[in-house]
Design a protein around this ligand. Sequence first.
Ligand code: C2E
Ligand code: MG
Ligand code: MG
Length: 512
Amino acid sequence: MTGVSGLLKDVRLANKAAALTSAVSFLLVLLACSGAFGFQESAPTILAIVALATGVTLVSLLSQVQRLFLLQQAVKTDQKTLVERASHDDLTGCLTRRHFLETLDERLTGIRAANMRRRSSEDLTLMLIDVDHFKMLNDGFGHPCGDAVLQTLGRCARAERGWITGRIGGDEFAILVSGSDHRQIAEQARRFAERLGEEMRQQEATRAFHGVSIGIACAPLHADHARDLLQKADIALYVGKRNGRGQVTFYHGDMERAHAEQRHIARELHAALLLDQMELHYQPIVGTNGEPAAAEALIRWRNGMGGSMAPDKFIPVAEQSDLIDRLGEWVFRRACRDLKDSGYPRISVNISGAQLKHDRLVPMLRRVLRETGSDARNFTLEITETVVLKATHNVMGILREVREMGFLIALDDFGTGNNSFSLLRNMPVDIIKIDKSYTQRIEDDKIAQVFVSAVCEIAKALDMIVVAEGIETEAQQACARLAGAQRFQGWLHGRPAPLKKTTALPDRSLSA
Ligand code: C2E
Ligand code: MG
Ligand code: MG
């Protein structure tokens, strides 16, 4: 911009100088003609003066024209820079969302026009690239780290031959590539993700990078309008993320129904939590003599029409977003408020693995305990075996912290993962809950019997309590007890029920 403003100043100055020069030249000629200089003006002298004055005026005019030309050039360059700035994202250098969508729209209009004229046209592929766990990266390692990841991603994508790259959301990039050969495109996408990972590992600022998920849709195969194509690539991206992230996923027609259903569940669940329409049911956990030792809090969701949805169906949806944190908080608050009226000495609350992936769990537990005036020593947190066995250093830290607060930790559904007994030794765990798939086979399945006995032996050595889940019959109860289990939970002792129905605790003493 200094170029233009500097030149403009020059031009204005030169304008004044040119006017002055012309005026002086004109005056000189006039004076010469009127003999004011005192010498005998001859025609050649006057001519010389006129020529000199004209020459000076011409030179000044010419330099003025040159300046004007330079000014025009500078204005053009500035305009180009401005347009480029508006069409490119400052941080990553990729096209802005608006310009990317315009480009996509233009290319798709070309495809549609060619199709209408029954002419062949080159297919087009749209890839959506999303940084896995970007929020965690930004929150945990700071915004400079997030920015460095986005910059590196933008730079690497722009370096790919034939890719048109746009940044269309916070951590979402879109790429346009010619062609639609699934195998080739998938290969390109995978190689890109690999190269990107290597690049990120080489820089200190981007070491925390986890990877990217890529959703792909092709035109005209999947859609030939920009909005539809984007939506299909987005669905593929969503499905890929749900299946474990770090994946390259092509859109497929079947995805649409499942996706719509998931979105519907997420929306409804969100509303149900806001309107306090969830319910918490309690199922008793009893000791060897049938005495109530605790109750497990199990969430229930009934819609207004009297129907209900199993937690196994809506919890995985909640786990896809921060809905799981709100649901977890709702459950724990409700359990704290219910404890006194429940008559149970202890309540067990399920904690999803997704709640352990960031640092929000501990502050939430502390806040709710404080707000409800509750004591952590009255609660057990149930965490599924697979989550605990895959636990990162961070997750182990969280488990130790909540234990120090006074909570007991239970390993839920034990036996469903690739469990390793030796891992149990280092786990900050107090209770092992044997999955119902073992207790329900315990009567006549030798392997189930040996497994339950082994778990009980190890638990005894490690000073842990064993709960047998899913006890439906007296025979299962007897076998589980014989194997060494100290606590029992299942329909035999009571089904999950709202508080008023469970306050009448089972009074039957088990002789087994
Ligand atoms: P879970 O924590 O292992 O809970 C035990 C499940 O077994 C419950 O299913 C319970 O109703 C069922 N059950 C109890 N006794 C018997 C029995 O004798 N026979 C049979 N067949 N089933 C029995 P539910 O309530 O459908 O919950 C399923 C899973 O959903 C739970 O498994 C837990 O992982 C999850 N879940 C439930 N409530 C919550 C919650 O508040 N938060 C979280 N994060 N997860 C929850
Ligand atoms: Mg449980
Ligand atoms: Mg369980």
